[in-house]
Design a protein around this ligand. Structure first.
Ligand SMILES: [Zn+2]
Length: 200
């Protein structure tokens, strides 16, 4: 669903606190299409979440951590096309919708959930240490609403991933990382039967 690297497309990266809160808050939440909250758009439900920590550190100097959500959906005639799209990797990118506890400005340190500062996330500012792009760090999460399939996710790596049937996925460092992520996303977490067979 997301990680705590600071390269968020909306310049609103989560920190580790936020991921820990989301791990707890997202259990039982629905997965929808296109961030439109109507019953018809509910396609899956999250039954479990986990945090996968990597050895790499983020630019904010936290251990790089991924929030994984495990979802189930009912196989019906109506969603057969959607299942095919997920399997083929066409429906892949997801984004989260939640309310942060704090949103710290990287330029001045003001919490923009409580106060207002003059900086815009995504814009560049002159600082004592040179030019810096402003971003708001989402520190902790109060409420989580849903996770949604979207065309352009806020976080470049957020998407459906392969389920390894309980086995930890060990990702080796490689210079074709982006290609590997692309390939791993082709199978969805939803299709356990197939994945278990592949694991044997
Ligand atoms: Zn500011």
């Amino acid at each position: 669903m997301g990680d705590n690297e600071t390269d968020d497309r909306n310049f609103e990266p989560f920190n580790l606190n936020a991921l820990k809160d989301m791990k707890r808050l997202y259990i039982g939440k629905t997965m929808i299409k296109d961030h439109v909250r109507k019953a018809d758009n509910q396609i899956a439900r999250i039954y479990d979440t986990e945090l996968q920590q990597e050895t790499k550190m983020t630019r904010a100097n936290e251990p790089l951590t991924k929030l994984i959500a495990k979802c189930y959906m009912v196989k019906t005639e109506k969603n057969a096309d959607l299942i095919q799209e997920i399997k083929a990797g066409i429906k892949k990118e997801v984004s989260t919708s939640c309310r942060p506890k704090h949103a710290w400005c990287s330029i001045c340190g003001v919490d923009n959930t409580k106060d207002w500062c003059s900086h815009w996330h995504g814009r560049e500012y002159d600082t004592k240490e040179g030019k810096k792009i402003c971003y708001f760090t989402l520190d902790g999460v109060k409420e989580a609403y849903e996770v949604s399939f979207v065309a352009v996710p806020a976080q470049p790596r957020a998407g459906t991933t392969k389920n390894y049937g309980g086995k930890k996925q060990v990702k080796k460092e490689s210079n074709n990382e982006s290609l590997k992520l692309e390939l791993e996303s082709l199978d969805s977490f939803i299709f356990l039967e197939k994945e278990r067979k592949d694991d044997d």
